[in-house]
Write a protein that binds this ligand. Structure first.
Ligand SMILES: *Cc1c(COP(=O)(O)O)cnc(C)c1O
Length: 230
């Protein structure tokens, strides 16, 4: 799987030049290699190049992979979470990008306490108003700020969003810049630092970095086209 090595190298170079372009430090952006639907060998190929952070969107798939892959891999849950999957998630993931309601956030916090784990949690917002997307409506930001400040076990470290596909650059800038402003607002209201902005995928990560992304979630550009039949 030589192509994975080459793709990973190219993506890391593009991340670095996008950070430089906006006067940011290269290590201010971390790559989450989105390995959902890809086999163990693909993950190991990236791991062998030094990639340690992988993103999955289905809990069972993440847990199954974690069981057999190297222990120093950090698993990030990036997909919508059903309440009955929260326990398995807090036992496995070091970061959950997809807390999309007060109720889910409270459940993550409680179960992490029971399991004795301390995953980082990001609040997922729907900035585009698309009905097909998960995420909290921006009008609920203050409610989330209050809930985030009350978490006892997990640390809420930032915000996450997904931009709509195939929209012009200025709309992407609105979505990503909007998430940054929302972060500033929630940070102020909650007293939490919220350094992380998880935004940007294969098609739009450079724009996201320009708007302050600290975590970019990239799958296709590293591993190739996904086979959703798997
Ligand atoms: C699949 C997925 C990604 C990666 O998308 P690519 O276009 O393959 O880079 C990023 N974020 C989330 C939430 C995803 O589900």
């Amino acid at each position: 799987m030589e192509y994975i090595k080459e793709n990973l190298q190219e993506i890391n170079e593009r991340i670095e030049s996008a950070t430089k372009k906006t006067g940011r430090e290269p290590d201010s952006v971390r790559l989450v290699a989105v390995s959902k639907y890809f086999p163990l060998e693909a993950i190991l190929a990236a791991y062998d190049c030094g990639q340690l952070v992988f993103g999955e969107n289905r809990v069972q798939e993440m847990v199954d992979k974690a069981k057999v892959l190297p222990e120093d891999i950090k698993w990030h849950m990036i997909g919508h979470l059903q309440s009955n999957k929260v326990k398995a998630t807090v036992e496995c993931a070091t970061c959950i990008h997809s807390a999309d309601s007060v109720k889910l956030l409270q459940r993550i916090d409680r179960l992490a306490g029971e399991c004795g784990t301390t995953p980082d949690v990001l609040l997922e917002f729907n900035m585009s108003g698309e009905e097909s997307k998960f995420g909290i409506d921006a009008s609920l930001a203050s409610k989330l700020a209050t809930a985030a400040a009350k978490c006892k076990n997990v640390k809420v470290t930032g915000l996450m969003t997904m931009a709509p596909f195939g929209v012009p650059e200025d709309e992407l800038n609105n979505v990503f810049g909007g998430l940054r402003e929302l972060r500033d607002q929630i940070s102020k209201e909650s007293g939490l630092k919220l350094p992380e902005l998880s935004m940007g995928m294969s098609g739009d990560f450079e724009t996201a970095i320009g708007q302050g992304a600290t975590l970019v979630r990239i799958g296709t550009a590293i591993f190739g086209k996904r086979d959703y039949q798997r």
